[in-house]
Design a protein around this ligand. Structure first.
Ligand SMILES: Cc1ncc(COP(=O)(O)O)c(C=O)c1O
Length: 468
């Protein structure tokens, strides 16, 4: 019989995990020899002064991983042969790559990353409380698959929110919950026949959306942009199967599409039997005036597919997005995807549902809007203070979590390299063009959601010093 005397800390991880890890490492190091008998559950419990249950859980883990085996009426034995699982990774290569990536990140003191959101005010307490309550109350439901289109209660709350905040007119049954805008588009791409007429995209536009259709070999039709959104003349001439637009905050240029253009777009879709895909990704954050109603809410002809996400307003890592399908597409969706299971965990949908029901969601959005408004003022003030506005133009300055700086006299690479020399990371915009144009020269993107006001001010000051 071997001796098992681990050091167990009360404050650390669960005791059974500590015990399991201790025995496992003793077996691997040969301290506990192969084939030897382990103490019985009762004996070890007495020896270590911990419960039978703890010992039995630790033994169970070891047995599941085949370190030990149970012999009937005899006890637990260390297996005679333990085959280590060998990783197929070439360790040296993967380690080298990791090191490079870490170094890259460390170099930047101020990272104007576009996808970052403010984490300091995330309602962890409420989130935890809701999650704990749900785990406790719905323990058995958690073992089951959920509704393939998304949890019904969640979709009901979402429907109320979309109606009141964005004027979206729909029934909860038209909402499909997805794990990201790209998943929404991947499904949509299969519902819309784009082969003949092609897929229309804003030029420049969100490359994360365009790539979905490029990968499916759909003909991509870039539609030029004007200061108020897509150029209608260009659209009428090219007449794609659909147009993907970001009207509340054009990505990346930041234009807000006016009402009359929204109506004209709907008219075009009706006359040509085309679709409008409206991506309303960061509509919550408009800093001047009231947000304009969604195009979906203005359409009575079922021509608009509305896309939304929780990535900007809540947490990008949660991966919760959704689409609102007009009935003709909903019917097609149900025919084609009836067997597709929901990909967003039920628990996360329940948490957000509860969050919305209690009013915490609206409070969170209001709080975040105020925070981002202050950051937006900080970045605009710093730009005005440190730059000569004659050589620089700021695009998209009324809403969202990013803006573009168009700089006269330096190109994109030069601006990025100079910024990186002073520890500031700014981002290129050329990849947002399907066909690279000269007029994007010298334009870089700055996301400000993840930086504090102080960091924003210091970062802009440094940029002004090197971009002189
Ligand atoms: C235009 C646009 N749409 C949608 C998203 C969000 O995508 P997701 O819902 O996959 O997080 C982003 C994020 O960067 C975006 O820029």
């Amino acid at each position: 019989l071997v001796e098992v005397t681990p050091f167990l800390s009360k404050e650390d991880r669960p005791l059974y995990v500590q015990l399991y890890e201790h025995i496992k490492s003793e077996i691997k190091e040969g301290v506990i020899p192969l084939g030897s008998k382990l103490p019985s559950i009762r004996a070890l419990s007495k020896h270590l002064n911990i419960s039978n249950n703890t010992i039995s859980l630790a033994y169970e883990l070891l047995r599941e991983e085949e370190y030990i085996e149970s012999k009937p009426r005899s006890g637990m034995y260390v297996r005679k042969q333990i085959e280590e699982i060998s990783l197929c990774l070439d360790e040296e290569i993967s380690l080298e790559n990791l090191e490079v990536a870490e170094e890259e990140d460390k170099k930047y003191k101020y990272d104007f990353h576009y996808g970052s959101v403010d984490s300091t005010l995330f309602p962890f307490k409420v989130f935890n409380r809701i999650a704990n309550d749900i785990y406790y109350q719905n323990r058995y439901e958690l073992f089951k698959y959920g509704d393939p289109q998304g949890e019904q209660g969640f979709r009901r709350e979402l429907h109320k929110y979309l109606f009141t905040s964005r004027g979206v007119k729909c029934h909860p049954e038209q909402i499909v919950v997805t794990s990201g805008t790209q998943q929404s588009l991947t499904l949509l791409a299969q519902l819309i026949n784009v082969e003949k007429k092609g897929a229309g995209f804003e030029e420049p536009g969100y490359n994360g959306a365009r790539i979905i259709f490029e990968n499916l070999k759909a003909p991509i039709i870039p539609i030029k942009l004007k200061e108020d959104g897509v150029c209608l003349r260009n659209l009428y001439r090219k007449n794609p199967a659909f147009i993907y637009v970001t009207p509340s905050h054009q990505f990346p240029n930041g234009y807000i599409m006016p009402m009359d253009k929204r109506f004209k777009l709907i008219q075009w879709a009706c006359e040509n039997n085309s679709w409008i895909i409206e991506d309303d990704y960061d509509s919550e954050f408009k800093y001047h005036g009231n947000p304009l109603k969604s195009i979906q809410g203005m359409d009575y002809n079922e021509k608009v597919i509305y896309l939304g996400t929780f990535s900007k307003s809540f947490l990008p890592s949660l991966r919760i997005s959704y689409m609102v399908l007009p009935y003709p597409l909903l019917r097609r969706y149900r025919e084609s995807f009836a067997l597709y299971e929901q990909t967003v965990p039920r628990i996360h949908q329940w948490i957000i549902e509860e969050f919305m029901k209690t009013g915490d969601w609206n409070r969170h959005i209001t709080k975040m809007r105020n925070i981002y408004r202050k950051k937006h003022i900080a970045i605009m003030t710093a730009i005005r203070e440190h730059f000569d506005t004659a050589i620089l133009k700021v695009l998209g300055k009324d809403s969202g979590l990013h803006l573009l700086i168009k700089f006269n006299g330096k190109d994109e690479d030069e601006l990025i390299n100079l910024a990186s020399q002073v520890g500031v990371k700014v981002y290129p915009t050329s990849q947002y063009w399907k066909n690279k144009k000269v007029d994007n020269k010298g334009t870089v993107l700055l996301g400000f959601g993840g930086l504090s006001e102080k960091q924003i001010k210091e970062g802009i000051k440094l940029l002004a010093e090197v971009w002189k």
